[in-house]
Design a binder for this molecule. Sequence first.
Ligand code: 3PG
Ligand code: MG
Length: 425
Amino acid sequence: MLWPLKFMAKLTVRDVNVRGKRVFVRVDYNVPMEEKDGKMVITDVTRIKETLQTLDLLVQQGAKIILASHLGRPKGKREPTMSLRPVAEKLADMLGRNVAFVDDCIGEKVEKTAAILQPADILLLENLRFYPEEEANDAGFAEKLARPAEVYVNDAFGAAHRAHASTEGIARVVRARGGPCAAGLLMERELKFLGEELENPAKPFVVIIGGAKVSDKIKVVNRLIEKADTIIIGGAMAYTFKLAQGFKVGKSLVERDKTDVALAALENAKKRNVQFLLPVDNIIATPVDTGKLNKKGKPVFDLQNPRPHNDPSIPDDAEGLDIGPETVRKFSEVVLKAKTILWNGPMGMFEDPRFAEGTRTIAKAVAEATRKNGAKSILGGGDTVTAINTAGLGDQVTFMSTGGGASLEFLQGEALPGVAALSDK
Ligand code: 3PG
Ligand code: MG
């Protein structure tokens, strides 16, 4: 079997009697935020919206709901810009009901507030990662988190690849006490689309992989070669493949130490008769050092003279930043014939409109295949979802995963600790 987990073998929130019980729900409210006039403002509510079904169900059933999440990477310290308080306000707006907030996730204040919750009340706790014990999956901390919980629900697919106290340790504590540990409805949906639906995909099954690094995606590519009819590679990672094939890549972003694994993947695809498509032309630009440094202390380059370059080799002084028009045409043609599409990673540096056309046109092709062809289109990774939403096509695909790293690890066949920790059916 390609995917190691028996998805439906885990208890779901539908299977549990939650009436009047305190239900600790781990969600992934790690949402993007921006500072505006000294206030943190949420810029994309997708991850909140996707949990509403679970929350509605729990409200209807009269559960006392305690929500917990991480936000950002505060490294075990209180970091005011990473407080979940703005999320409590947004969630209250979206639900049209009160959401209480406590500025801690363990301790007396939390336990007192949890104790007076009434059925259908909702309480959101402060950022779990303000404690280093969360990421360390500290047993004592997991025990403290579990104190108010009679039932544990994990709806945080995006964090299910982390074996942290709130995703793994706590489930062990609750289970040891005889409490049920169940998947939320979002978790269930994610496992269905990324798992079951890809188990026996309708053919042709076209996989589109993009993004910067071969090292991040190579395991997924190799795994999907076992299932796909066509693998399409775009984004900067394509240049490592091109380099491996002996083409010149100029100043493009490449991983020189990954050409061997790239070649091995190409060989693997060939052996299995899987069509493997790489860009045949590119949009290139000339990077010019501005002499300035960015926030991370890295030199900032001005990308001058963006232009299509109708040759698979890139000139020495230029950098490839998007797939070219001929590649767009070829990739789209294949996508339009697909019956199942899995897409993870943009085709170019789409955050700059000069290099967004490749990603935008592929997004259009994916939406069109879904609409006209009845193709199932499944998208993963934050950038891919941003790209399809930017193109205004978010509602025209079959499923968008809320997981970045989690969807990759799941697709490459790894068991997710946050899922493994749940009770069996
Ligand atoms: C994500 O955004 O990918 C998840 O919320 C997990 O966050 P992390 O990569 O900081 O663990
Ligand atoms: Mg991440």
